[in-house]
Design a protein around this ligand. Sequence first.
Ligand code: ADP
Ligand code: MG
Length: 613
Amino acid sequence: MADIIKLLPDHVANQIAAGEVVQRPASVVKELLENAIDAGASSIKLIVKDGGKALIQVVDDGIGMSGTDARLSFERHATSKISAAEDLFNLSTKGFRGEALASIAAIAHVDLHSRTASSETGTHIKIEGSKVISQEVTATPKGTSLAVKNLFFNIPARRNFLKGNQVELKHITDEFQRVALVHPGVAFQYYNNGSELFNLPKENFRQRIVHVFGSKMNERLVPVEETTDVVSISGFICKPEFAKKSRGAQFFFANGRYIKSPYLHHAVSNAFEGLIKPDTHPGYFLFLEVDPRAIDINIHPTKTEVKFEDEPTIYAILRSAVKHGLGQFSVVPSLDFERDRNLDTPYAYQEKEAVLPKVAVDQAFNPFEGIDSTKSVTPSFKKESVTGWEHLYENLEEDSNEAFSSVHFESGLETPEIFDQKESELAPTQHTFQLQHKYVVTTIKSGLLVINQNRAHKRILYDRFLERKELCKGVSQQLLFPLKLEYSLQEIQLLKNLEQELVTLGFVLVFDDKESLTITGIPNIMTESSIATVLAEIVNQFEDDHTPKVSNADLIAKSLCKSLAVKNGQQLVPESQMALVNDLFGCGEPKVDPFNKMIYTLVGVDEIDKKFV
Ligand code: ADP
Ligand code: MG
């Protein structure tokens, strides 16, 4: 048989390598930002268009490249960062594989401008799909500008696989934040479709965190500091009362590089144990410095997973450092698990200083005058009830119940098969009772129907929200006092993108500045006290973004029904129970809730009969 093995041509090899290096626009952003950092830049600009699909450009003021280097940088395994295998164990740069530029140039249109400090003229290179289109001498500032256009132009399957611009932008922002956080000494600017998303001056780490996550972050941070022979740990953790349902702000950096480590994450979570609710996550920004020889960053192609030589020791040190941090700032005793801070005071008021009452004081006043001195005069401070927040839900419940009673249960509605019986047979629905404040039980001809109240209500609300949306008739009620809410830059960005949907639902809102919005009208199906929770839930859903394919309207409806549905454990008056049952079977799909969970189960008479034989 003739020989059949051939070496792949370079451009094919590069395309294959690109599959590993470049999954999406955010991967390009990561590589380019890291190259700029490695080039010693003190100021870096990131420009993105259409979620990075149309353009990703990184401009730096670093060391630049000579004409020859500029050309070479696009060759595979071309790197200035290591020259021998031993160097791999002593890395101080982000890059070292020399694959990124070659891979990117294989699957996009690339435009490079670069000049070194010692050269008067710079180089301009154009490459399309690994093919050099032109290389010429040009006038350009010191440093490098690399523009990547039309990513995956020659791999339509990959291009089609990309998510919507918004989702891709979110991934880019994640990468940007990771790099920006670990390099506070470098100034960053970040633009999307011409508008500025971040403008970060050179600053210290704490300032950088606050600039990235919004000014309210400042009061939340507690420093962590620990130096040992094995590892030096520094950075911040967020006070336990600010633990969030989403895993938003959790960052580990090892030797200047963002890393993921479920193992070390566990160490931090463990230190927080008992201080935060089980379904919430602590925020942290922690730097680990270890001997470069004691860390292997090479085990994963995208280099976020690392291997430490002495993981158990690092685990123990980290855990105790975090515990120490928590203890030192005596944040522990002020905890109150049951309290939902979102519901406390409108954000705007939390910021305000307390106004000192101006009272004329009677200096001669003696509070003990006339009191029987034998009586104990222990002041009786009324301790705020930990369950007090429930009252804040009162309106909400009322509201939900009202939603029940305003049912349009039409007798002519198509009912699912378990209600295939004649209309009169539905009559027993007049009898309902609640089991453990969790299930609404009713009887039908063939048996007992046990309904999960929370899921049933979710289904009802979800359908109602979508219906409202489709009919575009969100009815708004005006707030007596506008409600000002504060968010981080990204959260505001996210809410801005949903503005259309929110308005359709009945929200009237104005975006004041980069970190706050004012609400003057809300959908009439909500109460004012629930707004902060509802919007927080919406932000959560979108941040988690596990199901990017569903529409915004759907995600909003899901968030709303999640936060507004009656909870399990909540007592329902008989009328509400009845309305719940009737409403549920007025829905098109009463069997499962919007999250695909079973809503009810039927315990058939025959099953019961069997128990009596
Ligand atoms: P790596 O970063 O792994 O070395 P890359 O493909 O990302 O591989 O880059 C190849 C080489 O191009 C780098 O080693 C560096 O010498 C040069 N280079 C890339 N980007 C820049 C930049 N922004 N400024 C200066 N040199 C750069
Ligand atoms: Mg690189």
